[in-house]
Design a protein around this ligand. Structure first.
Ligand SMILES: NC(=O)c1ccc[n+]([C@@H]2O[C@H](COP(=O)([O-])OP(=O)(O)OC[C@H]3O[C@@H](n4cnc5c(N)ncnc54)[C@H](OP(=O)(O)O)[C@@H]3O)[C@@H](O)[C@H]2O)c1
Length: 221
């Protein structure tokens, strides 16, 4: 059982991941810039999930700093615009911890477009900012809308990048706990840009087909 803090956990992606990891039995901390907003979202999630998953839930909420401090795994779900500032502020509280970055550098200008990142990808930017953490890239291609339906099978792969084998294995085990997810070791952090950019493609397809798409790699048993 992990203590999982979600930085920017009040948005749909953070709430979706919180939902899935709470029902898997982990302790969840919803982080926000505003302590009360973190607490309110935690209360709302607990009340909603308690109907179908009684006795199992451990969800609290607070500000991002205490969330980082109190968790052993932090998941980053802020918009890319806030990535650099948020991680720089939280860096001291994330030392020696696993930090899973789910941030997609995307902007909307007549459709979704990638935001160029000097480090190569948001995940590599995180690794530069958090020198003393074990940074992993994951969950970029999972739809928040689907994550938020706790009984729905995602029927998707999660591509996981990281330079620490041990941290990556922990993230792989975590991702596999989400119903209908198969976690795939996608290699070192330098491959993160391809995974992040695939989300830009999926958002465009979602718009054209009016649906929520996912990703599956064939050829792996
Ligand atoms: N939505 C999806 O389906 C999806 C799928 C895969 C990956 N992602 C990625 O996951 C991340 C979160 O997505 P989302 O749709 O949940 O985003 P969001 O709702 O726009 O933002 C998530 C949370 O980030 C915080 N935030 C917003 N602006 C901020 C700022 N300037 N500084 C610090 N914190 C700020 C807000 O929390 P507080 O106001 O409470 O602080 C907000 O609730 C994004 O990077 C996105 O690319 C999303």
């Amino acid at each position: 059982m992990h203590s999982i803090g979600i930085i920017g956990g009040t948005g749909p992606e953070g709430r979706g991941l919180a939902t899935r990891f709470a029902i898997a039995g982990h302790k969840i901390i919803i982080g926000s810039r505003n302590e009360k907003r973190g607490l309110d979202v935690a209360t709302e999630l607990s009340e909603t999930l308690n109907k179908s998953f009684p006795d199992k839930l451990n969800i609290s909420g607070t500000n991002n700093r205490d969330t980082a401090r109190e968790s052993d795994i932090a998941i980053i779900t802020v918009p890319y615009d806030a990535h650099l500032e948020t991680l720089s502020e939280l860096s001291p509280y994330l030392s020696d911890k696993i930090v899973i970055d789910a941030v997609v550098p995307v902007k909307f200008e007549r459709g979704p477009r990638p935001i160029p990142v000097e480090a190569g990808s948001a995940t590599e930017e995180a690794a530069k900012l958090l020198e003393n953490s074990f940074v992993i890239g994951a969950f970029h291609n999972l739809s928040a809308e689907k994550l938020l339906e706790p009984n729905l099978s995602l029927d998707s792969d999660v591509l996981i990048t990281g330079n620490s084998k041990d941290a990556k294995n922990i993230a792989i085990n975590l991702a596999n706990e989400i119903k209908g997810v198969r976690a795939i070791d996608a290699g070192p952090l330098r491959y993160s840009q391809f995974i992040e950019n695939l989300t830009v493609l999926l958002i465009g397809i979602n718009g054209r087909y009016k649906t929520e798409t996912g990703l599956k790699i064939s050829g792996i048993d």
